[in-house]
Design a protein around this ligand. Structure first.
Ligand SMILES: O=C(O)C1=C[C@@H](OP(=O)(O)O)[C@@H](O)[C@H](O)C1
Ligand SMILES: C=C(OP(=O)(O)O)C(=O)O
Length: 441
């Protein structure tokens, strides 16, 4: 499902990726962080009184989270600029549509544990898009079973499944979060409201997206919850109330990325206002990475300015802490004047699509060279003859749409199929992109 676009384009239509008219000179206000919006919605649902959320992201992923919380009996008023969440006892029963949102399919099932604790043992069913049915879930479902839930997934370890809550839960659980940091976050978020709190131990070999786990711990601590971390794979969450009444969502720095990258490709400057002085978002890696690739990034007050002159150097980078920003960095690697290697990103095969395969296929489609390994991407850089126009696929992946738009800055005639997939986290992207390029409004 994709929302109608401000451009008037619907699903299945092709979007003509706009070219820059010259060096950029643009200020781009990016909407709120998906990760923070959906964490605050969940934490607000667990608070003792109404919570006001400012700067929240309006997008498919947050709409799905709101729908899920309403199904579980939580009031969410998202009519105005300031959303109001009215918590209440969590109900069992009902059906949750997760769409393609990792944050919904992972963060919501643990909430069902709380329905059991208050005596409602009705089952909740979970399902999502076709693409969501292949995203990793098994390790989280195993952890929820270890916490006493009954889960019927027909042995697949994926959506769809039915979850019946237990009457009470143990105070410790192990989870293999090598497939997604969201498994740890999901358990952390509900932990303070379990009777005895929860100790969570990660038992897998690798742990991607650590900043996203830090983000969860920080939002919990800001709400007065005690979270100890005796070692790098254990989190101890103490039981207690959430002291949350008003929160503000930072701009989504991952979604700022494509606009920042555009300054390197087209030359000129792009300014991102509202850049936080301190953040746990993985987009915080952009300034250093873009500087290594040939841009200049300067933070003046809360405005991040990225300046480029069309020079893009290749890069070797371990993106395991910030897998989410890989498609944007990958687009620059495809346009770079030397080879690149991105590592630590095997878990991206379980994102909205198999991103390693999708990136390699799309780079080759436009005449570049990219090899997808188990855990890495290798790029040859820009071929001497440049890249060629094509209709680029997006695989229902918002970040593959913005990836294609970045490539399109250098390739006249390049088109993008189903650009409306950006509705997942940034519905206005085509309009924002055209404005940045001075092409509209
Ligand atoms: O907790 C979160 O909000 C997220 C965690 C990361 O998931 P993975 O650890 O599965 O990569 C990230 O890629 C995703 O976009 C958002
Ligand atoms: C991996 C992503 O999303 P999700 O929250 O659905 O996992 C992403 O936005 O890049």
């Amino acid at each position: 499902m994709n929302a109608a676009l401000p451009t008037g384009l619907g699903p299945g239509e092709v979007w003509d990726a706009p070219l820059p008219g010259g060096p950029l000179d643009a200020t781009v206000e990016v909407p709120g962080s998906k990760s923070l919006t959906n964490r605050f919605l969940v934490l607000a649902a667990l608070a003792d009184g109404p919570v006001r959320i400012r700067g929240a992201l309006r997008s498919r992923d947050s709409a799905l989270m709101i729908g899920a919380l309403r199904t579980l009996g939580i009031g969410v008023d998202d009519a105005g600029d300031e959303w109001v969440v009215t918590p209440g006892p969590l109900d069992g029963g009902g059906h949750v549509d997760c769409g393609l949102a990792g944050t919904v399919m992972r963060f919501v099932p643990p909430l069902v544990l709380l329905a059991g604790a208050r005596g409602d043992a009705r089952a909740v069913t979970f399902d999502g898009d076709e693409g969501a049915r292949v995203r990793p879930m098994g390790a989280l479902l195993d952890a929820l079973r270890a916490l006493g839930a009954t889960i019927d997934d027909d042995g697949r370890g994926t959506l769809p499944f039915t979850m019946t809550p237990p009457a009470r839960t143990p105070a410790e659980v192990e989870v293999d979060a090598s497939g997604s940091s969201q498994f740890v976050t999901a358990l952390l978020l509900v932990a303070p409201r379990l009777e005895a709190g929860l100790t969570i131990r990660h038992v897998g070999e690798t742990l991607p997206s650590l900043p996203h786990i830090d983000m969860t711990c920080e939002t919990l601590r800001d709400a007065g919850v005690r979270v100890d971390q005796p070692d790098e794979r254990t989190w101890v969450v103490h039981p207690g109330a959430l002291a949350l009444s008003q929160v503000r969502v930072e701009p989504d720095l991952s979604n700022a990325g494509p606009f920042m990258a555009a300054a390197l490709v087209a030359g000129g400057s792009v300014r991102i206002p509202g850049w936080p002085a301190r953040t746990t978002q993985p987009g915080a890696y952009y300034p250093e990475l873009l500087a290594r690739m040939g841009g200049t990034c300067t933070l003046d007050g809360d405005v991040m300015t990225v300046t480029g002159d069309g020079t893009i150097h290749g890069i070797e980078a371990d993106l395991s802490p910030a897998g989410e920003i890989t498609p944007t960095i990958a687009a620059l690697c495809a346009l770079a004047d030397s080879a690149s290697q991105l590592t630590g990103i095997g878990h991206l095969r379980g994102h909205e699509t198999d991103r390693l395969a999708a990136i390699a296929t799309e780079v080759e489609r436009v005449g570049g060279q990219c090899h997808a390994g188990d855990d890495s991407l290798k790029f040859a850089g820009l071929p001497p003859a440049g890249l060629s126009p094509a209709v680029m696929e997006t695989y229902h992946d918002h970040r593959m749409a913005t990836f294609a738009a970045i490539i399109g800055l250098t390739v006249p005639g390049l088109q993008v199929l189903n650009v409306g997939t950006v509705a997942k986290t940034m519905p206005d992207f085509p309009l924002m992109w055209a404005r940045m390029l001075g092409r509209e409004g």
